[in-house]
Design a protein around this ligand. Structure first.
Ligand SMILES: [Zn+2]
Length: 260
């Protein structure tokens, strides 16, 4: 059993306000430690559950968040290209999202956003609004790999089940307002239990797939964000409204295609 952890920062236990995201701020140093501890716990649990290989991706803001020395050295760190290569080569049996947050526009979602808090308003595939988890699950699904667990805030976990009803979820915190969260006292136990249960049953979790060809639609907050992307793509992409771009694909083969 080869397990991949796709990690993010927002949904990690102990990260309780927006200041933890500021790389120049004091709280960010603490956020890195919490993330690394959480990944280490998940990795060790996966090996204890019988995993042969464990990989992880430092997915937040282009990486640079994980303190690698704090993570069990048996795990291999990957970048986005290596993640997709492993999927393509059939090297991954299942994926777990660790540190997940809800999609843009979710009441009660801690730091809710999709890819870019500043630029992206709404991302749809075949008319359905996507979250980062569902975008990852689509790429995994294209290679027959299930996303078997979501560990993150309460709203992220609830939302994960909209896309994958039988996914295992572990909520480690909840948000009273977008920028403030409260972590559950047993968050480490929740991480451990979710990984154990998901890996014990990984073969039974549905693979997230969507009918092809697919239509990807991205609505930005401002018209100039739209124009910036349009200037890079030309005729492959249609501007369907002032703020929205649309792109049609015969099939999904890479993550970058979903992000324009
Ligand atoms: Zn993030």
């Amino acid at each position: 059993m080869n397990v991949f952890f796709l990690t993010d920062l927002e949904g990690i236990g102990g990260i309780t306000d927006i200041d933890f995201m500021d790389r120049r701020g004091e709280k960010y140093a603490q956020a890195r430690i919490l993330l690394s501890q959480s990944i280490d716990l998940a990795v060790r649990t996966a090996f204890d559950s019988g995993a042969d290989s464990v990989y992880y991706l430092d997915g937040h803001g282009g990486g640079g968040n994980v303190i690698e020395d704090m993570v069990d050295p048996r795990a291999q760190k990957c970048n986005i290209t290596e993640w997709q290569q492993l999927l393509r080569e059939g090297m991954i049996d299942c994926q777990i999202e660790l540190g997940s947050h809800a999609r843009a526009g979710t009441v009660g979602g801690f730091l809710d956003h999709t890819i870019s808090s500043r630029e992206w308003f709404c991302h749809k595939v075949n008319g359905r609004e996507m979250s980062e988890l569902s975008m990852h699950a689509l790429i995994c699904g294209a290679y027959g790999v299930p996303v078997v667990a979501c560990i993150g805030d309460d709203a992220a976990c609830r939302q994960a089940k909209e896309y994958i009803p039988d996914i295992y979820v572990g909520a480690v915190k909840f948000a009273e307002q977008r920028n403030y969260a409260t972590t559950y006292g047993n968050s480490d136990e929740i991480v451990r239990k979710t990984v154990v249960e998901a890996l014990a049953n990984y073969k039974s979790v549905s693979i997230y797939q969507i009918d092809e060809p697919i239509t990807v639609e991205l609505t930005f907050y401002r018209t100039d964000f739209c124009e910036k992307v349009l200037s890079r793509y030309g005729s492959d992409v249609t501007r369907t409204s002032a703020r929205t771009l649309q792109r049609k694909l015969k099939k999904i083969t890479k993550y970058e295609d979903l992000k324009f």
